[in-house]
Design a protein around this ligand. Sequence first.
Ligand SMILES: Nc1ncnc2c1ncn2[C@@H]1O[C@H](COP(=O)(O)OP(=O)(O)OP(=O)(O)O)[C@@H](O)[C@H]1O
Ligand SMILES: [Mg+2]
Length: 343
Amino acid sequence: MSDSESAKTQMAPGAAGRLTAAASRSGATTGKPPAVVTEGLTKRFGERVAVNRIDIELPAGVVSGFVGPNGAGKTTTIQMLLGLMRPTSGTAQVLGHPISEPAAYLARVGALIESPSFYPTLSGRRNLEVLTRLGRLDRHRVAGVLELVELTDRAGDLVRSYSLGMKQRLGVAVALLPDPELVILDEPTNGLDPAGIREIRSLLRSLTDRGITVFVSSHLLSEIEAICDHLVMIESGRIAFQGSIDEMLAAQHSELLAMPEHAHDLVALVALCEQAGHPARIDGDAARVQADGDWAAELNRLAMAGGITLAGLQRTRASLEEAFFAITDRSATRGTDGTDGTD
Ligand SMILES: Nc1ncnc2c1ncn2[C@@H]1O[C@H](COP(=O)(O)OP(=O)(O)OP(=O)(O)O)[C@@H](O)[C@H]1O
Ligand SMILES: [Mg+2]
């Protein structure tokens, strides 16, 4: 099988299970049973299918990102996993227990769904203490989780004086209060500036050092890709990709970026590449050519023979964000594969 064929096989939505198995082999998992497994999980709201027969498997002990555009079905999926919403069909297990019995696992799960709400006229510490009372949790955990989210210094201040980033960190602190094995966070970086996003990222990374499994959603891959070991990508309620970040990048075509000295040579340059069997397109003042790096010298020779001088020639690899759009575009144009005839 050629590289490009194997790339297509890996990225087919139906191949999600195989990818997860490959992720296990590549050491992305810790040998523990998966933290979350869903089988054909589906949620309809009237005619609309918000979550469409998804099969996901989250390895334990790592950070899994749950990425997809607005309205893709992330919050709906998370609500079903937390027993807050009943699926229309399909099943799921969280920490080995079916989601139809949330009482069996919720004590071991911490969650933050969309923006957390707090009493603005109480301090951060007092808010957490109130929550430990309401949730019958150990009050002695408050100081430790404040330390973990780096809010100890401001814990005595009223929440209404907190920045958005501090409120998000306090939200993560709430999720950590029960001393969870699994933390599920829905868009914890939403609305944060780059510094706030970095703080949340390093906080989430530090959780896996403590053996906690993290499932974190975002509509922007770029906000979480740096900390995820495993990715689940959802688009219009369907899984577009799941597997390790390395696999996703490995499945991408490498490209050459060739810049002719004169922009009017671009069309001819693209034609030359196409004739040589390498798909190419114009991107700004360069030709983007699907080819491995070792074809660069040949491209240079071909261009010269065709009377085109190259002012620049470099190897590139699609970024993860580009990879995501390539995959979602492909799954959208492929349409149904005969098994998802639900809409
Ligand atoms: N209670 C509801 N009633 C009707 N439709 C709903 C309901 N909740 C969600 N939906 C629809 O289900 C789809 C998925 O919504 P969901 O909130 O799960 O997406 P999301 O991926 O979390 O998006 P975002 O990034 O905007 O938070 C959307 O089309 C949404 O309009
Ligand atoms: Mg959402």
